[in-house]
Write a protein that binds this ligand. Structure first.
Ligand SMILES: Nc1ncnc2c1ncn2[C@@H]1O[C@H](COP(=O)(O)O)[C@@H](OP(=O)(O)O)[C@H]1O
Ligand SMILES: [Mg+2]
Ligand SMILES: [Mg+2]
Ligand SMILES: [Mg+2]
Length: 336
């Protein structure tokens, strides 16, 4: 079964919509085809790089940031690579990304390792210099205007999982006119699972665009996309919920308490990163609970891509009070 709204079909849809567009602009909904194609290509390459780096992980190359969270060569290298790829196609676009070059500019060896890592997946004529890598990283800190096209990037989401050898993902979303329009999650360690005929394979990319639907595919350029839907379980007794692996990121006690009140019988699925959104979007779990400590402000790049994938798969993402999330105010998520 191939998705009715897969990337290939979008091409025809987009060209016929162009004619339609001339008649009535207000009825024309863009399918963000070029953005999705470029972003999927970027994440295919980035997943290849992160998988390589996860296999030869050297703990000494892990730095602790000012908020006590870890960052590795992979976080820097993937951010530079993805921004390089997106900027080539869309040179005027802006970025809000998790990392910057501060640590690398102070450590020659670390910078060289990061540049070597990025160049290991680029062709000979595309090789980047140390200074280009730093500049690309810092494009992630450009402030946006209200209507600018802005990509929200988490180069390695779930860095703790990545360092443990577990789940992590690369998360990219496009914000335009105050709303998330496109979301892509590259999940190199997540099985394709329920997607025949590739169910034995590990590694998948979830992607969605506003009004187009949500899909999953193998981590391969041009791979076929399959539509996904959230679970249709309506009785909480049959529901499965997922939550962070790290108890410091989300209270396991509180989610257990709420699950009991709802009458959920199944044990929780604990997993790092926005892979949880992917698992819910394809119906393998019904709920994702996240209860950080009081005062913690969630970053836009930790939820933007996952949110649109859930919404396009027929689900809902809100804060604890049922309010829709606002990704348009800078680094932090606000309530609408
Ligand atoms: N005290 C805290 N509470 C909630 N989230 C936190 C946190 N400290 C870090 N995080 C965020 O949790 C993300 C990982 O989510 P999860 O627990 O679902 O794997 C981290 O992303 P990074 O790994 O990109 O830094 C980080 O942004
Ligand atoms: Mg981090
Ligand atoms: Mg993150
Ligand atoms: Mg990160």
């Amino acid at each position: 079964m191939k998705g009715k709204d897969s990337l290939q079909n979008d091409e025809e849809e987009a060209s016929s919509s162009m004619a339609f567009n001339k008649l009535d602009k207000s009825l024309y909904a863009p399918s963000w085809l070029a953005e999705r194609q470029v972003a999927i290509c970027a994440l295919c390459l980035a997943c290849k790089l992160s998988s390589k780096l996860q296999k030869r992980l050297v703990q000494e190359s892990v730095i602790t940031k000012s908020d006590n969270s870890p960052v590795s060569i992979a976080d820097f290298a993937v951010q530079a690579l993805v921004i390089h790829w997106i900027t080539r196609a869309f040179p005027n676009d802006h970025f809000i990304a998790e990392e910057d070059s501060t640590a690398l500019r102070k450590d020659e060896k670390l910078l060289k390792d990061v540049t070597d890592a990025v160049n290991s997946v680029l062709s000979i004529d595309e090789q980047l210099t140390d200074s280009e890598v730093c500049d690309l990283l810092d494009l992630g800190n450009r402030h946006m205007g209200t209507n600018e096209r802005t990509w929200l990037l988490d180069p390695i989401d779930g860095t703790k999982g990545f360092l443990r050898g577990d789940q992590y993902c690369i998360a990219l979303a496009l914000l335009k006119d105050g709303a998330i329009r496109v979301g892509i999650l590259g999940c190199p360690n997540l099985p394709l699972a329920s997607v025949p005929p590739n169910s034995h394979k590990v590694g998948c990319i979830f992607h969605a665009a506003q009004g187009v639907g949500a899909f999953v595919q193998e981590i391969e350029r041009g791979a076929e996309s399959y539509p996904i839907r959230v679970s249709d379980v309506s009785d909480p007794a049959w529901a499965t919920f997922c939550e962070s692996w790290e108890p410091g990121h989300s209270s396991h006690e509180l989610s257990l308490e709420i699950a009991k009140i709802l009458g959920v019988n199944n044990p929780s699925v604990r997993m790092d990163s926005q892979c949880k959104y992917g698992v819910v979007a394809r119906g393998e779990a019904s709920i994702y609970f996240r209860f950080p400590k009081e005062g913690y402000q969630e970053n836009v790049w930790d939820h933007a891509a996952g949110s649109i994938i859930i919404r396009e798969a027929g689900g809902m993402v809100t804060d604890g009070f049922g309010q829709v999330l606002d990704f348009s105010k800078g680094h932090y998520i606000m309530q609408c």
